[in-house]
Design a protein around this ligand. Structure first.
Ligand SMILES: CC(C)(COP(=O)(O)OP(=O)(O)OC[C@H]1O[C@@H](n2cnc3c(N)ncnc32)[C@H](O)[C@@H]1OP(=O)(O)O)[C@@H](O)C(=O)NCCC(=O)NCCS
Length: 182
């Protein structure tokens, strides 16, 4: 699969089965899953199933989370991207949600912010959407910092399958302003 987007330090492309070792390294780490469902993977088989599911989303919706690759080493350091939700969540239906996840050794280097900026540009310019949403555990401060840097605003806390979850929104009109000011 060829590169979809290139940023200063990163390539973004669709995930492939050959990314399984990198994703296993990331998703077997309990710290990475602390604010997710707290259920790190234990086998490579679970990673393969996840990649298979993403490939189905690429086919159905033309988009899903993408591999984030360090240009200087060619390592897949994690994923980021827009997931299309085709059913109702928190009174919204058929919407794009921004998500990201990286190997712990690569946190704090600005990769979530850099990849997300390129993804949001792609989303607002190519997907005919007026808003992108994000869902985050209230205690996940690093993730919230990224959302706020990108211009998302907190809307409300809602119950997502029994978990208290913060709901954020970035409107296309504000993305334009944000870029002009940054
Ligand atoms: C949340 C996550 C994606 C952020 O990725 P990242 O590439 O580290 O994010 P960035 O570097 O762009 O920004 C993170 C912010 O937290 C700050 N930070 C401080 N200490 C940090 C640390 N130990 N690790 C990561 N970020 C840290 C960064 O400095 C930055 O803020 P700043 O720009 O004000 O300095 C990453 O921590 C991760 O993969 N977490 C596990 C999965 C997860 O929770 N995903 C989000 C679900 S909603």
């Amino acid at each position: 699969m060829s590169t979809l987007i290139e940023t200063e330090r990163l390539f973004l492309r669709e995930l492939e089965f050959t990314d399984e070792d990198d994703l296993f390294e990331m998703d077997a780490d309990p710290e990475v899953h602390l604010y997710l469902e707290n259920n790190p993977v234990k086998t490579i088989d679970e990673v393969q199933k996840a990649i298979k599911m993403l490939k189905k989303q690429y086919e159905e919706y033309g988009i899903a989370r993408w591999a984030v690759v360090d240009k200087s080493t060619n390592e897949c350091i994690g994923w980021a991207g827009l997931k299309f939700f085709n059913g109702p969540i928190n009174n919204h239906n058929k919407f794009y949600e921004l998500g990201y996840r990286f190997k712990k050794k690569h946190w704090g280097k600005g990769y979530a912010t850099e990849s997300s900026k390129a993804i949001l540009d792609y989303g607002f310019n190519n997907l005919n959407t007026e808003s992108v949403f994000a869902m985050v555990a209230p205690k996940n401060l690093n993730s919230k910092k990224v959302l706020i840097k990108l211009g998302f605003t907190f809307q409300e806390t809602f119950d997502y399958n029994g978990d208290s979850t913060d709901w954020f929104e970035l409107k296309k009109i504000n993305w334009g302003n944000k870029k002009a000011n940054s």
